[in-house]
Design a protein around this ligand. Structure first.
Ligand code: NDP
Length: 276
């Protein structure tokens, strides 16, 4: 019988790296550290080898359909299915970035929403019954980040479909290009991308419940990584704790939820909890 299989995207550094570390210690199966850059990924694997941990490695650029398909075929052939998928890879422009909002909108949504969606579309057919999917969102992925009530109502509509959600993401990009996004969407492309990912999580759960697959979104906390310019107070292992809880420990009843770094289930549509 094939061993159980866990996969983490964007795992050569930061929170993804620590999630792989935690999975290697506790997951009863094979763990894949994946990265878009092969050299950075293999260096990360060597680092874990020094700790006595032995993740497998495969290249995976989530924005590259070919890379996703090669990975899909490899996993299908070698293992037949996936038990844990952690969608961790993402980007964030620095607040000091000189790139215009429109450029940031296109690139941020391309990686953090559309590429994660493509990853799911290509890899979900391999999910085994009972599998767990963890979508790394953010406190910025809380619905309260969106100023417009009518938009918030669209995002939380329990009938919302993936094509409709993708249309909403494209609408933001169009508004950012026109410079009219501010009042309804706010000015953070990162927030919009993560709200989109949280909404995607809720939709995915609707379609996968009948196979006992659990899909949850998580805010990992404010973590000391390159993305946060090392301003976050949490270590990467602390940032990996809630994602690992969802991947390994959460009761099966936890599904289609938005989970805070202290492992609390938080209302995605209610008031945003304060970062401690
Ligand atoms: P880092 O910037 O440290 O790491 C991001 C990882 O994603 C890197 O390995 C990067 O690879 C990878 N990546 C980026 N683009 C792609 C791609 N196209 N294909 C594959 N991998 C890619 O960020 P963090 O560890 O801080 O963030 C991890 C997750 O946690 C993200 O989803 C982030 O949004 C989220 N998050 C982080 C918070 C924080 O405080 N740090 C707070 C809330 C959420 P490369 O090294 O090649 O660039």
């Amino acid at each position: 019988m094939s061993p159980k299989l866990a996969i983490v995207t964007g795992a050569n550094k930061g929170i993804g790296f620590a999630i792989v570390r935690g999975l290697c210690k506790r997951f009863d199966g094979v763990v894949y550290l994946t990265s878009r850059d092969e050299e950075r990924g293999k260096t990360a694997v060597l680092e874990l080898n020094k700790e006595g941990l032995n993740p497998k490695y495969h290249q995976l650029d989530i924005t590259d359909t070919k890379s996703l398909e090669v990975f899909h075929d490899y996993i299908k052939e070698k293992y037949g299915g996936i038990d844990v998928l952690v969608n961790n890879a993402a980007i964030a422009f620095k607040t000091s970035s000189p790139e215009p909002v429109a450029v940031q909108a296109v690139e941020t949504l391309r990686v953090n929403y559309f590429a994660v969606l493509a990853t799911c579309e290509i890899l979900f057919p391999l999910l085994r019954n009972g599998a767990r999917v963890v979508n790394i969102s953010s406190s910025s992925g809380h619905l309260s980040q969106i100023p417009s009530e009518s938009l918030r109502n669209r995002f939380k509509d329990p009938e919302l479909t993936i094509p409709e959600l993708s249309d909403l993401m494209n609408k933001f990009i169009e508004e950012a290009k026109q410079g009219t996004q501010s009042a309804e969407w706010g000015n953070s492309s990162y927030s919009v991308s993560k709200v989109g990912l949280t909404a995607l999580t809720m939709i995915q759960q609707r379609f996968l419940s009948d196979r006992e697959i659990k899909v949850n979104a998580v805010h990992p906390g404010y973590v000391d990584t390159d993305m946060s310019s090392h301003k976050g107070p949490l270590s990467i292992d602390e940032g990996a704790a809630a994602p690992l809880f969802l991947a390994l420990d959460a009761p099966d009843s936890v599904r289609g939820q938005y989970v805070w770094y202290d492992k609390r289930i938080v209302s995605w549509v209610g008031q945003k909890p304060k970062e401690q």
